[in-house]
Design a protein around this ligand. Structure first.
Ligand code: C2E
Ligand code: MG
Ligand code: MG
Length: 690
């Protein structure tokens, strides 16, 4: 140890109490320093070296104030020390901030003792405990407390601290208005004393669970408030190492209501508030599950409003909507509580009848439903009569799955429509075969054009008087690898329903005009070509343009093309059809009324539109030789047509007698198997009457 004396001071006297030093030397977590009356270091243990950074060697003989006392404290320290030495005024233990060798602060709890040694000089011992860890912990605690406080204020959740038995001891709420009752009413109370019994029970149950699991448990509950039901989510957790339980309550009313709204929108039809397609089919599946176990029967009724589209188009969607709402209402009124009514979409509804005793029950219900529509709908001052078509499928006989029953009841509904509407029809296996066939035709028809499966045949037409060919009618043929030859009677209606008739119709026009050009050139004749047009083809706004384009392309004169339409086209009464027909007339293209006699045969159409040709349906021609009435009708039709300067074609002439009779009636043109069956283009080119 350094023993030299720097200033003119009495020599340093070291402590001789070696046992004490030995003790202090052994403790390095506490700093012990000894100072003589001149505050020179006489003892500096390892703990001091660690705490203040000065080695024992460095510290020895240095003055207290030069070592670890910060400048502003130096004077008071010197005074306090001298007061103690001279006047016996003790320096109390205190928390101090002293200085490290490197100049940094050292927070300590400093206690002091004054000893008198054997030379009767005073020695002060300072025992300093490092407070930096304590301060750090305190700072951390303060930080945590403020952070928690900030969190409590920022989060809208309610926080409660509870005893194991559920007694509420503390709470935090950013908004006191969120509390169910005021704090005074719940602090020190149990949940059961504050909340409704059922909810309190849930709390107790989950507190118990949280204690046994030692984990977070959560549950949802609702409370009835003056302005409605509110929904909450509670999380409960035992605070580790305490006996306290933390409960966090979150108001989930908003998300709950949104979810409910979404659920409603996903499951219910917004217009009629009936179960939508999704929910209806789900209920059907559930019903099927239930009846299967009990070996019961159930009925599915597929309902479709008759001619709803027409009402909607002519009276507007608002009226349409009101009709649908009223329909939903009438259906619900007619059915029993246990029956389900759903809206599948558009004007289609579904009715589910559980535990059906026998099929007649379904029949009775269908009749009741039809009856419910006898009374007119009163909408916006109008009285409208609407009817229903109903298809009935019965489980398990007609299906055991929702999709099968839906499909089969739908098929039966189509049958009811076909039977004239405002009626019902039970599903039969035969219908299924028909639908299956229809479906197959539709599927294959989609690729028929691309696969070159379509071909146009030509049936010659002759001048009855001269027996000379004057032209032909183009008739479409379809041969499919799998389905074989499908008749136009079968595929044309399907093509019309699917809209495929538009490209198919164009194909016929193209082919027919191309052929006509060749045919005319080959025989140097002004043959005409009759092409059938479906009502739906008039929906194509490009119809007239495409026809004109084809005429031009194949250099066919407009007057050599004859378009055959049926009354169905005219009955729509749409302006677009009227415009197209006028244009066709203006262009000099001929117009022919096909199948005359089968529809309404309204003669007024013949005057309204400028028809050039009338084709008497073959059902009349086949009977003219035997049936007086048919003979008279044909005779009258010819006479009337001639008076309007319309030429008459007799369709389906199968015998010489028929042809002769038509000649005497002055029918202009004849077409039929007696003269020739429809022929392929190559055969037609070389065909001649012998
Ligand atoms: P339609 O326009 O009345 O055509 C006449 C139908 O009578 C043709 O039947 C023809 O083969 C048949 N036929 C002709 N002469 C006789 C006869 O002496 N006896 C009998 N029993 N039948 C005869 P097809 O070709 O089967 O066509 C049926 C219907 O399909 C056509 O009736 C027409 O409405 C429609 N159709 C045919 N091709 C087309 C087309 O390209 N477009 C449109 N939209 N419809 C077409
Ligand atoms: Mg025709
Ligand atoms: Mg015809």
């Amino acid at each position: 140890m350094a023993l030299h004396n720097t200033q003119n001071l009495p020599p340093v006297q070291y402590v001789t109490n070696d046992t004490l030093h030995q003790l202090f030397d052994a403790i390095d977590s506490i700093s012990v320093q000894g100072y003589d009356e001149q505050r020179r270091v006489i003892y500096w243990n390892k703990g001091s070296e660690i705490l203040y950074g000065f080695t024992c060697q460095e510290a020895m003989d240095k003055k207290l104030e030069d070592l670890i006392i910060p400048a502003p404290m130096q004077e008071p320290v010197i005074k306090a020390h001298s007061d103690w030495v001279n006047l016996g005024i003790e320096i109390p233990a205190a928390e101090l901030t002293l200085t490290h060798k490197d100049g940094s602060d050292v927070a300590v709890f400093s206690s002091h003792v004054m000893l008198t040694n054997e030379y009767n000089t005073k020695q002060m011992y300072c025992i300093d405990i490092d407070l930096s860890e304590v301060h750090k912990a305190q700072a951390e605690a303060t930080f945590n407390a403020t952070m928690l406080q900030t969190l409590f204020e920022a989060i809208p959740d309610l926080f409660f601290v509870l005893e194991h038995d559920g007694t509420i001891t503390d709470y935090h709420a950013s908004d006191k208005n969120d509390l169910y009752v005021s704090p005074a009413q719940f602090i020190g109370k149990k949940m059961a004393e504050v909340l409704p019994e059922k909810v309190a029970q849930m709390f107790d149950l989950h507190i118990e669970k949280a204690i046994t699991l030692g984990d977070m448990v959560s549950f949802e509950y609702d409370l009835s408030m003056p302005d409605g039901i509110y929904y909450y989510e509670a999380r409960v957790r035992l605070l580790p190492k305490t006996n306290q339980i933390m409960m966090i309550i979150r108001d989930i009313t908003q998300p709950h209501r949104s979810a409910e709204l979404i659920r409603r929108q996903a499951h219910f039809d917004h217009l009629t508030a009936l179960p939508n397609r999704f929910l209806s089919l789900d209920r059907l599946s559930q019903l099927l599950g239930a009846i299967q176990k009990k070996h019961e029967k159930a009925a599915v009724l597929f309902l479709d409003l008759d001619d709803f589209k027409k009402v909607n188009d002519s009276l507007g969607h608002e009226v349409g909507d009101k009709i649908l709402i009223e329909t939903a209402h009438r259906l619900q009124q007619t059915l029993k509580q246990n029956d389900t009514v759903g809206r599948l979409g558009g004007d289609e509804f579904i009715v589910l009848i559980p535990n059906l005793k026998n099929d007649n029950d379904a029949l009775a219900i269908a009749e009741r439903l039809l009856n419910a529509f006898r009374k007119p709908f009163k909408i916006e001052g109008r009285e409208l009569i609407l009817t229903l078509s109903i298809g009935i499928a019965i489980s398990p006989k007609d299906g055991t799955t929702a999709s099968m029953l839906l499909r089969n009841s739908d098929t039966a509904m189509y049958q009811a429509k076909a039977q004239g509407r405002n009626t019902f029809s039970f599903f039969t296996a035969q219908m299924n075969a028909t639908m299956q066939r229809r479906f197959e035709i539709e599927v294959h028809m989609r690729s028929a054009l691309k696969k070159n499966e379509l071909e146009v045949y030509y049936q010659p037409q002759i001048n009855v008087k001269t027996n000379k060919i004057i032209g032909a009618e183009a008739l479409l043929r379809w041969h499919n690898e799998k389905l074989g030859t499908i008749t136009p009677e079968e595929f044309i209606p399907i093509a019309e329903q699917t809209g495929l008739i538009i490209p198919m119709g164009m194909f016929v026009i193209e082919q027919a005009l191309k052929f006509l050009n060749e045919w005319q050139a080959m025989n140097k004749q002004n043959y005409t070509m009759a092409v059938n047009l479906s009502p739906c083809q008039f929906r194509d706004p490009e119809l007239v343009n495409t026809i004109m384009h084809a005429l031009h392309k194949y250099e066919v004169k407009n007057e050599h093309l004859e378009l055959e339409i049926t009354e169905g086209v005219l009955m729509n009464g749409q302006d677009s059809i009227r415009d197209a027909l006028t244009k066709i007339d203006e262009l000099g293209i001929k117009l022919s009324m096909d199948d005359f006699g089968t529809g309404y045969s309204s003669l007024s159409y013949l005057r309204q539109y400028s028809f050039d040709v009338l084709k008497i349906d073959r059902s009349f021609i086949s009977a003219i030789t035997d049936d007086k009435a048919d003979f008279n009708l044909v005779k009258a039709a010819i006479a009337m047509s001639h008076s309007l300067e319309i030429k008459v074609v007799a369709e389906g002439v199968e015998t010489k007698e028929q042809l002769d009779l038509l000649n005497t009636l002055e029918c202009d043109i004849a077409q039929g198997f007696y003269l020739s069956r429809p022929l392929q283009a190559s055969q037609m080119l070389t065909f001649s009457l012998t």
